[in-house]
Structure formats: structure tokens, C-alpha cells
Design a binder for this molecule. Structure first.
Ligand code: ADP
Length: 223
């Protein structure tokens, strides 16, 4: 049986989740307290409902406990987000993902039963900052305070060199997980194959090692 998703709060974040789940062929119930929002998503979602999800009876009457995954994307109203999350936990929804507005909100959400807390604005800010600081960093994914996965674009300095030549693992302690060249992606890149300028390398490692490698091997600005 298809997984059942519900998205509560149809602002920019909840709305885009709703659209994407629909694009992926998933069944989605779209919920918002405002009728105009619900009307906007009625054609995108499988079902749409006007509801105040801080009201326990309303939540139950939506049959919310039968959903596999509920995304709480209520923005500014932190109290409504917390109350909704608490009740979703109480009725036993197996996966609850909640958007946090700030670190305190996140702490509370983790305590009251959210299974995953996301900070879309903060995370996107971090990614964009990395991309602004170095134009070689195309994308950035934080794994922990110390480790990340980044997409680096190969420039002149690495053009024509193989991973063996560059000795990346020994010199920088980073691992190249994959190399993208045009539409092709090689998920186990050969150590003796030459890189080309414009290749995209997907690298995993400690932040300080990635930064050092990026500056020494990828940043052509200082040449
Ligand atoms: P974003 O920053 O993602 O655009 P918003 O704060 O604009 O977030 O959107 C949050 C949505 O959540 C709004 O459409 C709002 O109507 C909805 N919302 C707020 N409180 C409730 C509630 N108690 N029940 C259901 N939906 C709610």
C-alpha cells in the first residue's frame, strides 16, 4: 500500500513539500487553518482540509493517526506548532517531521516527540554562505559539527591529474565519493583516471580538511 503523508501548514515550506510529494506520486493530505491556502492546494494534494490542528478532536476526526508521516510546517505560530506536534505524538503517528523556527523551538520539539526537526532557513543559509565564500563549492551538506559532504567543481589545478596523483586521501584525509561529468555520475571513481576541469567531485571529510583541500587544489583565483 502507498505511504500516506499529511502536511500541516501550507506556507512556502509546507506548500513546496506538498507539491514535491505529489510530483513523486505520493498520497498527500494538505491541511491549513486558512481556507484560501487549502483552496490553493486542493488541486495539488490528494485531499485537502481546512482545520485548526491544535484542536485534538479536529485532528482525530481527520484520522491523522492512520498517516505514516506527518510534516508540521506551521511557521510563526510556535505555540500551534508545539501543540500540534504533541498531539501527533500522543495519537501515535509513526513519523513526525517538524519545521523549527529557532534553536529553543527545536529543543522543545525534540523533547515532546518530534522524530525529525528541520531548520530549512538556517540550513539553506549555511549552504549559500559556503557557496558565496568559495565559488568552487556548489553544494554543502552538514553531517555533524565537524564533518560534511560537499560538491566541488574541478578547476585548472586538478585538470589532467588522477586521484592517485593528487593523493587526496593521504594529503587531506578526505574521500572522493563520486565524480559527475556532464550527465554521467561515477560512484566509484577509479584512482588512476584523469580528472577534467568542470568535473564535479562529491567529497566527504572533516570541514577543516575539506577547506584546506579546496584552497590548495580547487581555488584557481590565486593563480
Ligand atoms: P512559511 O515560512 O513556510 O511560509 P508560514 O508561517 O507563512 O510559513 O506558514 C505557515 C502556515 O501554517 C500558514 O499557512 C498558516 O495558516 C498555517 N497554520 C498556522 N497555524 C495553524 C494551525 N493551528 N492549524 C493549521 N494550520 C496552521
Amino acid at each position: 500500500m502507498k505511504k500516506q503523508f499529511a502536511v500541516i501548514g501550507l506556507g512556502r515550506f509546507g506548500g513546496s513539500i506538498c507539491r514535491e510529494l505529489n510530483e513523486l506520486g505520493m498520497e498527500v493530505l494538505a491541511i491549513d487553518i486558512h481556507e484560501e491556502k487549502v483552496n490553493e492546494y486542493a488541486s495539488v494534494a490528494t485531499h485537502a482540509a481546512v482545520a485548526d490542528t491544535t484542536d485534538e478532536n479536529t485532528l482525530r476526526s481527520l484520522g491523522i493517526r492512520n498517516f505514516d508521516h506527518v510534516i508540521v510546517a506551521i511557521g510563526d505560530n510556535i505555540q500551534a506548532s508545539i501543540l500540534t506536534t504533541l498531539m501527533l505524538g500522543e495519537v501515535g503517528v509513526p513519523h513526525i517531521t517538524v519545521k523549527a523556527q529557532n534553536d529553543y523551538h527545536e529543543k522543545v520539539l525534540n523533547k515532546i516527540g518530534a522524530h525529525k526537526v528541520v531548520h530549512p532557513e538556517r540550513d539553506m543559509g549555511i549552504r549559500i554562505a559556503h557557496n558565496i565564500v568559495s565559488k568552487n563549492v556548489l553544494d554543502y551538506l552538514e553531517l555533524s559539527d565537524e564533518y560534511s559532504i560537499v560538491e566541488l567543481i574541478a578547476g585548472r589545478r586538478v585538470d589532467g591529474h588522477s586521484l592517485i596523483d593528487l593523493d587526496i586521501r593521504a594529503q587531506y584525509g578526505c574521500n572522493i565519493m563520486a565524480v559527475k561529468r556532464e550527465e554521467e555520475i561515477d560512484v566509484s571513481p577509479k584512482a588512476d583516471e584523469s580528472l577534467q576541469s568542470g568535473d564535479i567531485l562529491i567529497v566527504i571529510g572533516a570541514d577543516r580538511d575539506i577547506t584546506r583541500m579546496e584552497q590548495e587544489l580547487f581555488n584557481d583565483d590565486s593563480d
